[in-house]
Design a protein around this ligand. Structure first.
Ligand code: PAP
Length: 330
């Protein structure tokens, strides 16, 4: 069987001479997927660093921009779908047309800054996004890195976090699907992923630094940074989607609530519904990842089916130590 290529953001073939020089000055490491460098306290594969640098140098914010942020496998796809659905309500489009979520994957509708738009291009064409107001982007970068081009911009950031044990298991399943038949396939196990996540030397890690950057940001500036939890969305979806809608400046009217629109959006964005749409069963993202691989179980506590008591203990200890005194509870 011919070997599949690694996804572009995990490789190192887009680097400018300037980025090569930058990388040579950074702390470097390696995990079971590839070589990483530490930029502004966060670990990136080399091509992704190029995307981050391109974004920081060239992105021009608009006041109404919305950024959806997360650590990988924390509920990004769900948050994107919900946000698209919330803004779609105000559009007076022809209802005989498909809903955007029926014709594209949430990742196609809300592109990643560093992994899609700026990955290969320092000045990507954002005009398509400009036609939809507000523009909605996504990122896995920590808040301080994201904020560089925003300075005093009033744009809003929504962060979704998820418990570290489910993040680990979800990441592992995702990588197993997407690294299959690549050079790194053999070296990649749940144990190597666990070691990498716990050491902090992990794509967009350390996990705790990523989460804490947004947690602190949300405490300092709650008008512009909303902190959400995957687990809360599972337990009280109505309350959480209303909170999201209010933060985004598009609260549900009484009339909408009476019509049951909250439940309709939740149903539209449910894992069951999205994963059954043709586009998500067969399509691929711009990074050649199967859309279907973003939808798996979507449960809280699936880690219990995979982690040993020792792994559970180690992660619990890390979480306790790293989040102590922050006020954030998992
Ligand atoms: P990303 O960071 O690579 O974009 P992300 O969407 O954050 O991935 O994570 C995927 C997880 O969200 C999967 O979790 P699991 O592996 O534990 O099952 C996926 O099933 C879950 N997920 C995707 N869409 C939804 C949804 N609509 N509702 C609930 N969970 C979802």
């Amino acid at each position: 069987m011919s070997k599949k290529e690694l996804q572009p953001q995990l490789r190192e073939d887009y680097l400018s001479e300037e980025s090569k020089t930058l990388i040579s000055s950074l702390l470097l490491s390696q995990n079971s997927v590839g070589k990483l460098c530490n930029y502004q306290g966060c670990w990136y594969f080399y091509n992704t660093l190029q995307g981050v640098v391109n974004f920081q140098k060239n992105f021009k914010p608009q006041d109404t921009d919305i950024i959806l942020a997360s650590f990988p496998k924390s509920g990004t796809t769900w948050l994107k779908a919900l946000t698209v659905a919330l803004f779609e309500r105000s559009k007076k489009t022809d209802r005989s047309c498909d809903h955007p979520l029926e014709s594209d994957n949430p990742h196609g509708l809300v592109p990643f800054l560093e992994m899609d738009l700026y990955l290969q291009n320092s000045t990507p064409d954002l005009t398509n996004l400009s036609s939809s107001s507000p523009r909605v982007f996504s990122t896995h970068m920590p808040l301080h890195t994201l904020q560089v081009p925003f300075k005093d911009s009033p744009c809003k950031v929504v962060y979704i976090c998820r418990n570290m044990k489910d993040v680990l298991v979800s990441n592992w399943h995702f990588k197993c699907t997407n690294l299959e038949n690549t050079e790194v396939e053999g070296s990649f196990t749940l144990e190597t992923m666990f070691d990498s996540l716990c050491s902090g030397v992990h794509f967009f890690g350390p996990f705790w630094e990523n989460v804490l950057s947004y947690w602190r940001g949300s405490l300092e500036d709650p008008e512009h940074v909303l902190f959400m939890k995957y687990e809360d969305l599972k337990v009280e979806p109505c309350g959480q989607i209303k909170r999201l809608a209010e933060f985004l400046g598009c609260p549900f009217s009484e009339e909408e609530e009476e019509r049951g629109d909250v439940d309709k959006i939740l149903e539209l964005c449910s894992l069951r519904n999205l994963s059954n749409l043709e586009i998500n069963k067969s399509g691929k993202t711009s990074n050649k990842v199967c859309n279907s691989s973003f939808f798996r179980k979507g449960e809280v506590g699936d880690w219990k089916n995979h982690l040993t008591p020792e792994m559970e203990n180690k992660i619990d200890n890390i979480v306790e130590e790293k989040f102590k005194g922050s006020g954030l509870k998992f």
